[in-house]
Write a protein of this length. Structure first.
Length: 134
């Protein structure tokens, strides 16, 4: 006989979801860092300019509908894992709860990939976008 599901997922499932989120954030940061290093090597003067250089400032404004924010500062010491874990915990809890709900029966068992798809669909629905059924 299987144990009934509790309201909240077990800590192991939350930890697994949290590691998925942290690994994704680190992969994204690694990709961004790679791009930033290449741009800095090839266009150091543009990157280090005190003001956002034209015509790129205008293009950024046209593309995003707002001027770029030169004053925004992210973590200067990289991405400390503990800060990432703290920041990503709410998202990990959502993922873990979704998986936990889906484990009620073998027919609804899901992998992390299908959980991500379900979360994407939920996000799009919140924007008023219905995913294409084709």
């Amino acid at each position: 006989m299987t144990k009934p599901l509790t309201a909240d997922p077990p800590p192991e499932l939350i930890e697994e979801a949290l590691m998925q989120c942290v690994e994704g954030a680190l992969e994204q940061f690694s990709c961004d860092l790679s791009i930033a290093r290449r741009i800095w090597r090839n266009h150091r003067a543009l990157v280090e300019a005190p003001e956002y250089p034209e015509p790129y400032r205008s293009f950024e404004n046209m593309a995003n509908g707002e001027l770029p924010d030169d004053t925004a500062t992210d973590e200067k010491d990289g991405l400390p894992i503990e800060k990432l874990r703290e920041k990503l915990l709410p998202e990990a809890l959502k993922m873990a709860r979704l998986v936990w709900r889906c484990r009620k029966s073998p027919e609804t068992a899901q992998t992390w990939d299908t959980v991500a798809e379900a979360m994407d669909a939920e996000f799009l629905k919140g924007l008023g976008i219905t995913p294409d059924a084709s």
